[in-house]
Design a binder for this molecule. Structure first.
Ligand SMILES: *Cc1c(COP(=O)(O)O)cnc(C)c1O
Length: 471
């Protein structure tokens, strides 16, 4: 299996090359040359429902070109042999019924309590495997205002060939989120507290990647949501959930989304033969995806708005490029033209034929903070289910999507544990969600956090002094 750039001006690469690179050198994102069909016949599909998550993941990874290593990578991530600690409970992604034909897919039982753990826990062993084969080391750099940092720390702490540098804006992340980044105690994990906002952190990361000489010497790499490994890993829970519930027909999904990574993963599973119907994009007031689907114009907002669901507070949805590539019939020249327009004016019109294709698979709902609160109260009042605010955005979208979903079952994704947002959840529902036992001591662990000015040169000096990849 080879991977092509959506912009069509970079050579094709292998699965492992795509994963280590993150983005293609022409500025595009990697897409598989075709979507492999897995679990093709009915009997096989019925099996997926009872197969372990780890086994399903190994089949999906093998289909995507991870080769003979697929099975051991999947078991390292989801089903390690004792005495190695388990990152997930027995059911990696449990389905919880909340109404007639309505289910919540809980993706937050990993070490840092957000769905990002599911993909990140696979990226850890993937990196070690690929880097050992090539005799290389990497410095992984990421800017985070939310859950990516904690998931990256949990996945990469103690890894032989990777040093992790997480940039987080001073005073802008919740205490639970910060502690997941600062308490690993691992020598290869560096949490940097930047004296600036998230945009300042991201600007520094961009500047360091753009400095070709520095990036080469530090062997910089990223694990953000455009990495193909994240998409591949996230497609696994769609296969499992869809095959578990599809006895009477295709399963619809509602996905709380920001960068379109998780929703695109569902579309990928559908291309691979999973019995999936429609995918509803549930966004907060940061509604670029909602506007794109409803009006056909993809346009950056002037600024991102702070909402109750901060992990979805984005201006642009980086993985949208991938679905646009498909909707355009993989016409990379047309895609380049649209994104050239986007770079200039901050927006473009989706061509009518492509928009029609998008609407065949996707619908979208934008949910206000007030309606998010209402949904949290409703699902708690009706069935006693405590949802995090991101999960509540999806539930509200499930109940209000227009036109309504005409068939059940429908699965709404739960992307964070309510204990990750304790103040919000307590204020709205009156429930104080406790941290799970495995991280109940989070507030008594000692923290390590390096304060740095919002200055690229200071961050470079810090990395130079500590990266084991530096050459
Ligand atoms: C990152 C995140 C999302 C959004 O995921 P995308 O792949 O960017 O759409 C939703 N909910 C939570 C809790 C997250 O951490």
């Amino acid at each position: 299996m080879r991977y092509l750039s959506t912009r069509g001006q970079a050579p094709s690469v292998s699965f492992f090359e795509a994963v280590l690179a993150g983005m293609a050198p022409d500025g595009g994102l990697y897409a598989p040359e075709s979507f492999p069909i897995v679990f093709a016949d009915t009997a096989e599909r019925a099996n997926v429902a009872s197969m372990s998550f780890s086994f399903t993941a190994s089949q999906v990874l093998a289909a995507f070109g991870a080769g003979a290593s697929a099975a051991h990578l999947a078991s390292d991530a989801y089903l390690p042999n004792p005495p190695a600690p388990r990152a997930f409970p027995m059911h990696v992604a449990p389905l919880v019924q909340i109404g007639p034909g309505e289910w919540v897919l809980e993706l937050f039982h990993g070490p840092s309590l957000s769905f990002k753990d599911i993909a990140m826990q696979l990226i850890g062993p993937l990196y070690d495997h690929a880097l050992a084969q090539q005799g290389r080391r990497l410095s992984v750099l990421c800017a985070t205002s939310g859950d990516t940092g904690g998931a990256a720390v949990e996945a990469l702490k103690g890894r032989e060939r990777v040093d992790l540098f997480v940039l987080t804006p001073k005073g802008r992340v919740s205490e639970v989120q910060r502690r997941f980044m600062t308490t690993s105690g691992a020598a290869n994990v560096h949490a940097l507290e930047i004296d600036g906002d998230f945009d300042a952190c991201q600007a520094i990361v961009k500047a360091l990647f753009a400095d070709a000489a520095f990036a080469a010497r530090a062997q910089l790499s990223g694990v953000n949501s455009i990495n193909w490994a994240r998409i591949a890993a996230q497609s696994v829970y769609y296969h499992v959930a869809a095959n578990t519930l599809s006895a009477h027909g295709p399963v619809n999904f509602v996905v709380p989304t920001g960068n379109f990574g998780d929703a695109y993963s569902g579309w990928v599973a559908k291309q691979m033969g999973a019995p999936i119907g429609r995918i509803v994009l549930a966004v907060n007031a940061n509604d670029i995806l909602y506007r794109a689907v409803k009006t056909g114009r993809y346009e950056r907002a002037a600024r991102s708005q702070a909402t109750l669901s901060p992990a979805m507070d984005i201006q642009v949805a980086s993985n949208f490029e991938r679905i646009l590539f498909e909707a355009l019939g993989r016409d990379d020249a047309a895609l380049r033209a649209l994104y050239a327009g986007f770079a200039q004016s901050g927006g473009f019109e989706i061509p009518p034929a492509a928009l029609a294709r998008l609407r065949e698979d996707f619908d979208a709902v934008s949910v206000s903070d007030a309606d998010t609160e209402k949904a949290m109260q409703a699902v708690y009042g009706d069935v006693g289910y405590v949802a995090c605010p991101h999960t509540a955005v999806a539930l509200e979208a499930l109940w209000t999507v227009d036109p309504p979903l005409d068939a059940r079952p429908v699965v709404s994704l739960a992307t964070a544990h309510p204990a990750k947002f304790p103040e919000t959840v307590a204020r709205i529902t009156g429930v104080h969600p406790p941290l799970p036992a495995k991280c109940a001591d989070l507030f008594s662990r000692s923290e390590s956090l390096a304060p740095l000015p919002a200055d690229g040169e200071a961050v470079k000096a810090y990395i130079r002094a500590r990266s084991r990849a530096w050459s």
